[in-house]
Every structure is written in C-alpha cells, then in structure tokens.
Design a protein around this ligand. Structure first.
Ligand code: ADP
Ligand code: MG
Length: 727
C-alpha cells in the first residue's frame, strides 16, 4: 500500500478543518417552502379549483382544463414572487436520471417590453426536443417529437442556485403516439392498476374505499469522499467506482464506523442536505453511519409512491450538489470500493387507503385480521410468480457487483416473514386451524419484537424481500437506481395477485351462497391457504448468504439470475409481456424498449469501465512501475561498480519486473476484449460480460500487486486508505 497518508494538499487540509457553516434549518418554517404545496394552493386558489386539484392529487381524477389555466397562472405568480425566471418540465427518462428543458417565463410584448406568462397549455404540455434520450426503439429521430405532460399528483418545486431559481413541474414524458418514454408514466399506470383490484378485494369485505395507494420509504446508502481524491481518480470520474486500488490494511473489519459518531464535516454537509430537502417538502427523518468507513444512510418518512419516486430523485441530486459545496463528492454507485460494503436502496413498500389505513398492518390480532392476511398472501404470491421481473427491475452493471456478494441480498429472490407471520403461514399451509392461542403467543410473546421495526437479528438483513412489521422491504434495489421501475413491477405483480384474489373470492362466495360470517371467514382462509401453498417455495427465513441456501433454492426451482444479461433476458417473456399488457402498464413495445435501454446501458457501462481501466493501467500504473524499475536497475549497476552487494535490490527489481510483465499481458487481453464484436445488443452485452469483466479483473489484480511494490511518492492515484479515511 502506498503510504503518503495525510500528506494533504493545503486545500484539502483547509476543507477538513474549516467547516462550512449555514443558517440552521427552522423545521416548521422551512418545510416545503419551495414547493407549490396543497397548503399553498389552498391559500391561493379559488375553492372549486382547489378541490379539483386535491381530487386530482388524491384520487387521480382528471383536472378540468379551465381549472388548469387558473392553476398555471397561480403557480407562475407564486414562482415569480420567489424569484423564478424559468420553468422546466421535469421528467424521468429511461436513463434513470432526471431531465428537463428550461423555458423562460418571458414573453416580448408588442411595445418592446416584456411580460411574464405561464399559460395553462404550457403547464399541461411541453414539447422538448428530446430526441437524444434513449428510447429503446420507440421513436426514430425522424419522428423525434416527444411530449411532456403535467403530473398534478406531484407538487411543482423551485430549484435554487446562487444566481437565480427556476420552477420545476413534474411531468410524464411520452411519444407523439402516446408511448411512455419515461419511468413516471408506467408508475402512475401501475398505481392505478393496483388501486382498481385492491378496491375490488376490499369491496368483497364490505369495505367501500375511494382510493388505494402504495406507499414507499426508500433508505438511501451512499459514500462521501473528499473531492481532491475524486478528481485524481479517472475511474471515479468516469465510472463512479474504483477499478483498481489495493485493499487497505484497515477497512471495515472493526465495525467501528457503524452507527458511530458522524464526522464533523460530514455532519455539516448532511445538515445542509437535509435543510435543502426540507425546503423541497421531502420529509427526511433518519441519518446514520453505515458499516463501511465513509458510508452513510439517509431515509425519509414514507410517502405515496409517485411522490416518493420524484423525491428520491431529488434526494440523490441534492446529496450530490450539496456535497460539492463542502468539498466532498457523493458516490451513489453500488460498489465504489472493492472489498468494502456496497450501497443499496431499501425500498420500504406498503399498501394503504387514502384515509391513511395501512393494509399491511397486522394490528393486535393478526390471525383474525383477514384483510391483512389476504393482502400479505397476495404480496407473497406476487413475489413468487414474478421473481424474474423483480430481479430484472434492479438489473444493472453496477448492481451486479452487489447482488450475490456477501453483504447484499443474493440474486435469488425470497421472502422473509419473521417468526410471527411465518407461524401463521405455516398453520395455513399445513391446514391447521389458526388457533388464536398459537398465533397470539407468537405475536405477543418474545416474538412481538419481530413486529417492531428495529435492528435486532430477527430482521434478517440478508433477505431480499422482508416483512418488517407493517410493510415489506425490497432490498435488492441499487443505491444509484431510480426507485420508479422497481415500484412499477412490484405494484403490477401485486395488482395481478389482487385481481386473482378478487375473482376467486367472488366465485367462492357465490358458490357458498349468502352464508354467515363464519362461512365468509372459511372461504377467505381457504383462499389464503391456497395462495400460501402455491408460493411456499419463495418463503425463506434463514441465511441468504449460505451456499446451502443457494443449493436449496435451486432444488425449490427458484430463479438465480446472476447477471444483468440473465435478468434482462427473461424480462420480455410471454408471461411478462402479457402481464404488463393486461393491466395497461406497458405495451409489448414499451416493455421491449425498457429491456433494450437497460441492456444498452449495461453494455456501455462495461465499455467505459474497460477503456478507463486500460488507460489507467497504461498511463498511471505502468509508468510508475517502470520508473521505479529503472531506479532499481540503476542502483544494481552502481552497486556492482562500487563492489557493494545488492542482492535485495536485485530481487526487488526481479519481482517488480514480473509484475510489470503480468500487467502488460493483462492490458493486452483487455484491449482485445474491448471494441464492438457484434451489432446484436444481447450478443454484445453477453460477450462484454464474459470477456471484458474477467480481463478487467486481471488488470486490477496486476495493478493492485504493483501498488504494494511501487514507492508511495511514485504512485499517483489516491489510495483506499486516503479516500476512505480523510474527512
Ligand atoms: P430500518 O433501517 O430499520 O429499516 P428506517 O427507519 O431506516 O428503518 O427506514 C424505514 C423506512 O420505512 C422509512 O423510510 C419509513 O418511512 C418507511 N416506512 C414505514 N412505514 C411504511 C409504510 N407503511 N409504507 C412504506 N414505507 C414505510
Ligand atoms: Mg430498512
């Protein structure tokens, strides 16, 4: 390991000592002050327009166009009062990020002056020239028109900069034919699908509900490192992760970072991040150190999924931008450092009514809570039937480093229920009567703890999909990914299960006739038991890292889609195309476009990584090693002239020379693996996976070996110790 540790540049030294102070947040005043919130609308809009807006937000009801006109005008006034000069139709293209074209509010008047305007039409529809966004074949550039369409369910917000501010209006992005070119459109469609069928189920229970929503609380893991190290690492700049770098003597073995004291500069930055997020109405709630040095987590209070998806994007953007002010860089990559914990995004997810009732809340008597049990069983069945889709929704080159490594859930999907709920499921599966004594015992005894969200062992942190008290937690999502598509798949899969439940229950109840309450209970429990039996294979309470589990999962017939290519292959199976189509979430063409974009992104990521690794090895590592070899050989020569024994130097030169030869060979292999072998995207992605990744690994191995031999002052790349421990 190179050892010019703490030989900090003056700038870095200053940054680590002089913390940037900001005006502390005033929680209640700051919160949502930069959003055109319902509260703001209540104050500013005529009553009927406000009610229209509220229905459109809460019930997804369409807004009358004359009302939209008034909302646009009011929104513009509000934004201009706050200093906005431009508005942006903000959307979420298939790249997984966000985008928008800025339009000025200005309109030149006939007398050579200017007036500001935001017409209803401008609010509702935009036409960005967005032909360069990947669209997976949905739209040739000759028909490049794409439209952004206002999504009133998510509040518009202001984006501030030292020199001004603009109004961002959340939108959906669709082609001129109406195809979804973004992640938001299918998300809203999937929420509607789930709403429809959840309400059908509830109606059979005699519950009349106006709207069922999914709720989502994503926990974001990330790294903060000093910007100096970031800018001195081409791999971090190009790829967001280190492609070479020897393991540090001290990594995370001691677990001394986890939940420890947050370093002062990091805390200063977090406080500013939180202040900015509060202003955007994002209810950030928890922060803490993660397992690895320099790794942290932030989580908001859950919101409805559409808003949560927008807010999650804003959270990532804010983390990155505020970090820069503090001389830090936020790394959102799933695996920035080899051998050190990667970062994920645990997507906490539940189903609730618009009156605030959580349908996955077991209550005091879970075994009697038929609605809870039926919804739980529907979720379990959905995960069982659509493991493939859930895996494909989180597939990326970056997340492949995480899934299956010994820290994140494996690529095999399974559901952890916890002792209490598993007990009930077991009774159902075995056909035992749900004895209240047994079930209550499970819930109210020691295992009551399992219902209380906590960090106790019973949480089973190795599970990819866990019931955590009153919600499920999908843990396979990567730290840099948009949560939108994973939510789409989850909502859709569960919508199908609820549709199934509604149909089965309706038919069974018809057969049973006008029975009494006891009969109803029997019918429902039979259905739940059937579903539990059907999906039993997906239930697993043990250690998801164990090889024994991987063997057992195979015996159970569960899928193990190890890489992105495997996962994306199954994405467009007949079953999946039909599923998306049947519930109106994505057409076959739209689904194919997502598959194509994801595959293309995978292939491009590997290409950029391969090229970066090759270049760093050639232009950073080789010269450092060769320069040192020269120095050693010179010493050997000089020593022999002076008749001084130099065996040690000679041996060092030999070792170094071997290392250089090995690196050279690895570079050549990598070079040969790069380039485009095939025009077929699947073939090319597969080839890159099978050739570029192993070649990169060899380059890395050779570089990391040399890092241990070359003197620290010749090594130009910041080391793991520097990046992870300077704060
Ligand atoms: P942990 O790290 O123990 O899982 P956190 O408090 O960090 O717990 O995160 C839990 C997340 O789950 C929070 O974002 C929280 O708002 C969210 N959550 C709680 N209840 C629900 C719910 N009904 N639906 C969706 N998310 C929820
Ligand atoms: Mg969690």
């Amino acid at each position: 390991m190179s050892d010019h540790l703490f030989n900090l540049s003056a700038a870095t030294k200053a940054r680590t000592h002089d913390l940037m102070a900001i005006e502390p947040p005033h929680l209640e005043d700051d919160f949502a002050q930069n959003t055109f919130s319902l509260e703001e609308m209540r104050k500013r809009l005529p009553k009927d327009v406000f009610v229209g807006m509220r229905n459109s937000i809460e019930l997804s009801a369409p807004l009358a166009s004359k009302h939209a006109e008034i909302v646009a005008l009011t929104m513009k006034e509000w934004a201009i009062e706050r200093g906005a000069t431009h508005f942006v139709h903000w959307f979420q293209p298939l790249t997984g990020g966000t985008a928008g074209k800025h339009d000025s509010f200005i309109n030149p008047s006939s007398v050579g002056k200017a007036v500001t305007a935001l017409r209803g039409a401008d609010l509702i529809r935009g036409e960005p020239d967005a032909s360069s966004f990947p669209n997976g074949g949905l739209r040739g550039t000759h028909e490049a028109r794409g439209y952004t369409v206002w999504d009133p369910s998510s509040p518009a917000f202001l984006v501030e900069n030292v020199n001004g501010c603009y109004l961002a209006i959340p939108t959906c992005f669709v082609s001129w034919k109406g195809d979804a070119l973004d992640h938001k459109t299918p998300l809203l469609r999937s929420i509607d699908a789930l709403d429809r069928h959840a309400r059908r189920v509830l109606a059979l229970f005699g519950e009349d509900v106006t709207r069922v929503q999914t709720t989502c609380g994503p926990e974001q893991e990330y790294y903060f490192i000093d910007e100096e190290y970031y800018y001195r690492r081409p791999d971090l700049v190009n790829c967001g992760r280190t492609l070479i770098g020897a393991a540090p003597p001290k990594g995370q073995q001691l677990d001394d970072h986890y939940f420890g004291e947050i370093p002062a500069r990091i805390l200063a930055c977090m406080l500013e991040v939180e202040k900015e997020l509060y202003k955007l109405g994002i209810p950030v709630k928890t922060r803490h150190n993660e397992v690895a040095p320099s790794q942290y987590e932030v989580a908001p209070v859950f919101e409805t999924s559409g808003i949560a998806a927008d807010h999650q994007q804003l959270m990532m953007i804010t983390l990155k931008s505020v970090a820069r002010k503090h001389g830090l860089v936020c790394l959102l990559h799933e695996k920035p450092f080899a051998g050190i914990n990667g970062s994920g995004k645990h997507v906490n997810w539940s189903i609730g009514t618009n009156s605030g009732r959580n349908l996955l809340d077991p209550g005091d008597k879970p075994h009697e809570n038929l609605i809870f049990l039926v919804f739980c069983a529907a979720v379990v069945r959905a995960v069982y039937r659509h493991q493939d889709l859930l895996r494909s929704a989180v597939a990326s080159a970056a997340n492949d480093h995480r899934l299956g490594a010994n820290e994140a859930p494996p690529a095999i999907l399974s559901v952890f229920l916890g002792k209490a709920l598993k007990g009930i499921f077991d009774q159902l599966i075995n056909g035992d009567p749900l004895s209240s004594a047994k079930a209550l015992d499970l819930f109210l005894g020691v295992t009551m703890l399992s219902l209380v969200p906590s960090h106790t062992g019973d949480r089973n942190r190795t599970s990819p999909f866990a019931f955590t008290g009153n919600k499920f937690e999908f843990r396979s999502v990567g730290s840099s990914q948009s949560i939108a598509f994973p939510n789409v798949v989850l909502n859709l899969a569960v919508a199908e299960s609820l549709d199934y439940v509604a149909n089965k229950l309706r038919d069974a109840l018809k057969r049973a006739g006008d029975g009494n309450g006891a009969q109803f209970r029997t019918v429902v429990l039979d259905l739940i038991a059937d579903m539990a039996r059907e999906s039993e294979a997906i239930l697993f309470e043990g250690d998801n890292y164990a090889t024994a589990w991987h063997e057992e999962a195979e015996r159970r017939g569960l899928l193990n889609l190890r890489t992105t290519v495997d996962a994306l292959t199954v994405m467009t199976s007949r079953k999946n195309v039909d599923l998306f189509d049947r519930y109106g979430v994505l057409s076959e063409e739209e689904l194919h476009s997502r598959q194509e974009v994801a595959l293309e992104q995978y292939e491009i990521a590997l290409d950029i990584e391969g090229r970066t690794a090759e270049s760093m090895a050639r232009t950073r590592v080789l010269p450092a090693a060769a320069g040192y070899l020269h120095e050693l050989l010179q010493t050997v020569l000089n020593a022999s002239q002076a008749n001084v024994e130099a065996d040690g130097v000679h041996a060092t030169a030999e070792e170094l020379s071997k290392g250089i030869t090995a690196l050279r060979a690895a570079i050549e292999e990598l070079k040969a693996a790069l380039g485009h072998g095939s025009d077929d995207l699947f073939a090319e992605a597969t080839r890159k996976r099978d050739e570029v990744i192993p070649a990169m690994n060899k380059v890395r191995e050779a570089c990391d070996h040399l890092e241990g031999l070359v003197p620290a002052d010749r090594w130009t790349l910041p080391t793991y110790t520097e990046m992870l421990f300077v704060n």
